[in-house]
Design a protein around this ligand. Structure first.
Ligand code: LLP
Length: 443
C-alpha cells in the first residue's frame, strides 16, 4: 500500500466539532478565513508519497526522482520537493523560473517539451538546467546553435516514441506511434549521427520516453524499458556510443473514485527495476542511471478544493443542481477528460442518512461546466462547504481566468498550521495586463 492509492489525504479526519479537518485545520474555518474556492494541500501526504517513492526504488543503485512540475508548480511546492531530494521535470520558462526561485538544485532539473522556444532553451542553459530532453530534429539544431553561442555543451537526452499504447484517456496518452512527442524509433540513428558528427555542442547521455498518464497497468513499463535498453545496446553496437541514462517518464495513476484501483509505488518500482535488470542482462549493457518523472501520483491525493454551495435548481421531473462558486476554470478535468471526483460537505460530513442525489454545477458560462454528476450528499443548505478530493494535480496548473474570474488561493496545511502559498487573485490582477490604446480612451 502506498499513499497514491488513497482517495483522501492522510491527515483527513472529522474533528470533535463534527467538521472535516486536514493537517489539523478545520476546513470550514479555512474556507471562512481564506474564502472559497480554496485549494488546500496536506504536507504530510506529499512527504509520505515522496518517501514511498524513495523507499520503493531503493534497491536500484542510481535513481533520480524528478517531480513532474506540470502537475502543480509553485515555489512552495518546489521547495518542499527539493527538500525531499527530488529533482524536477519542467516544460516551460515559467516552470524553470519557479523551481529556480525556490532555490532548487538546477543540475537536478530536466527540461522537456515538444516545442521549446529559443528563449526557453537559452534560459535553461543560463540557469544550468542539468538535462534537456530533445524532442525533434528542429530542436537538435536549435539547441546546438544556442549552446555554441554560449560556448557551452548542452547535456541532453533524446525523447523517443516507443510505440506503446496505454489504456488511459486518449488526450493523456503520449507513447503511441502517432504521437506529437519525440523521435520515432526509425529516426534515432539519424539524430545520433547528427549529434556525433555535426552538433559538437550537444552531449547525449541517454534516452527518454513517457507513455501516458493516470496509468493502472504496470506491465507496460516493462515493455517500455525493453525498448529503451534494446536501443541503448543497439546504439553502442552501431556507433560505439555508451549511453548511461534511461528516463521512463511518469504516469502512475491515483484513486479519484472508489472504482479506481491504482498500483502502488512499490508495484511500479518492482516492475521497473525487474524489467531494467532483465533487459540489462539480456542486452549486456552497464546498468544505466534511472530517471522517473512522477507528477500526479506525488501531489494529487494531497490536494482538496473547498467551494461554497450557492444557488440550486430542481429541474421538474429531472436532476437537482447545486452550484458552487468555482468550476471549470479551477478544475477543467471533468469537462476536458470526463474526469470523476468524490466530495463531502466539510461542515457536515456525517449526516448522510438524509442523503440526496445532486449534481454539482460550476459557476461558469458553459453548460458543460459540471463538476460532479449524481453524487450522494447530505441535504445541502446554501453556504455549506463542499470539499472535493484528489484535486492536487492538474487543477491549479490548468486553471484559467475564464469569465474573468480570479484564480483561487492555495494553502499548505500541517500540524494545525495553514500557510498561504498562492494568493487569491484580485480584480486588479485581472486587469493588470490590459492596455487601452489612447484613441479608445473615454474622455
Ligand atoms: N513526464 C512527461 C514527459 C510528461 O509528459 C508527463 C505528463 C509526466 C512526466 C507526468 O505524468 P504524471 O505522473 O503526472 O502522470 N493534464 C492531464 C495530464 C497530462 C499529463 C501530461 N504529461 C490530466 O489532467 O490528467
Amino acid at each position: 500500500m502506498s499513499t497514491n492509492q488513497n482517495l483522501k489525504p492522510l491527515t483527513l479526519k472529522i474533528n470533535p466539532q463534527g467538521n472535516l479537518e486536514l493537517g489539523g485545520c478545520d476546513l470550514t474555518e479555512l474556507a471562512q478565513k481564506f474564502n472559497t474556492p480554496l485549494y488546500v494541500l496536506d504536507e504530510q501526504t506529499i512527504r509520505s508519497i515522496c518517501r514511498d517513492y524513495k523507499d520503493a526504488f531503493k534497491n536500484y543503485p542510481k535513481v533520480n526522482m524528478m517531480y513532474a512540475s506540470k502537475a502543480l508548480c509553485t515555489e512552495a511546492v518546489s521547495a518542499l520537493l527539493a527538500g525531499e531530494g527530488f529533482g524536477f521535470d519542467v516544460v516551460s520558462a515559467g516552470e524553470i523560473y519557479t523551481v529556480y526561485k525556490a532555490s532548487a538544485d538546477m543540475s537536478k532539473v530536466l527540461f522537456n517539451g515538444n516545442n521549446k522556444s529559443p528563449e526557453e532553451l537559452s534560459l535553461a542553459l543560463k540557469l544550468g538546467v542539468g538535462r534537456i530532453s530533445v524532442d525533434n530534429f528542429f530542436e537538435l539544431s536549435l539547441l546546438n546553435e544556442i549552446a555554441k553561442s554560449y560556448n557551452k555543451v548542452a547535456d541532453i537526452l533524446l525523447r523517443i516514441t516507443p510505440g506503446i499504447e496505454c489504456h488511459t484517456h486518449e488526450y493523456i496518452q503520449t507513447g503511441h506511434l502517432d504521437s506529437k512527442f519525440g523521435f520515432d524509433l526509425t529516426q534515432i540513428d539519424e539524430a545520433v549521427e547528427l549529434i556525433l558528427e555535426q552538433y559538437k555542442n550537444l552531449k547525449l547521455h541517454g534516452l527518454h520516453a513517457h507513455i501516458g498518464s493516470q496509468i493502472f497497468e504496470t506491465t507496460i513499463y516493462a515493455d517500455e524499458i525493453e525498448i529503451l535498453v534494446k536501443e541503448i545496446a543497439r546504439l553502442d553496437e552501431k556507433f560505439g556510443l555508451k549511453l548511461d541514462e534511461i528516463n521512463v517518464g511518469g504516469g502512475l495513476g491515483v484513486k479519484y473514485t472508489e472504482k479506481d484501483v491504482p498500483p502502488s509505488t512499490y508495484d511500479i518500482a518492482e516492475k521497473i527495476i525487474t524489467a531494467l535488470n532483465n533487459s540489462i542482462k539480456k542486452y549486456n549493457i552497464e546498468p544505466p542511471a534511472l530517471f522517473i518523472e512522477p507528477g500526479r501520483s506525488i501531489i494529487s491525493t494531497a490536494g482538496v478544493t473547498l467551494y461554497t454551495l450557492g444557488s440550486s435548481k430542481q429541474v421538474p421531473h429531472g436532476k437537482k443542481y447545486f452550484a458552487i462558486d468555482g468550476g471549470m476554470a479551477d478544475n477543467v478535468r471533468p469537462s476536458m477528460y470526463q474526469a470523476e471526483y468524490c466530495a463531502q460537505i466539510a461542515n457536515k460530513p456525517l449526516t448522510d442518512t438524509t442523503a440526496e442525489t445532486v449534481t454539482i454545477a460550476g459557476r461558469f458560462c458553459e453548460s458543460g461546466d459540471i463538476l460532479i454528476k449524481d453524487i450522494n450528499l447530505p441535504v445541502i443548505e446554501e453556504g455549506d462547504i463542499l470539499c472535493v478530493y484528489n484535486t492536487g494535480a492538474y487543477n491549479y496548473s490548468m486553471a484559467s481566468n475564464y469569465n474573468r474570474v480570479q484564480k483561487p488561493a492555495m494553502v499548505l496545511v500541517n500540524n494545525s498550521q495553514a500557510d498561504l502559498i498562492i494568493k487569491r487573485e484580485s480584480l486588479d490582477d485581472i486587469v493588470a495586463n490590459d492596455i487601452i490604446p489612447d484613441r479608445l480612451k473615454q474622455l
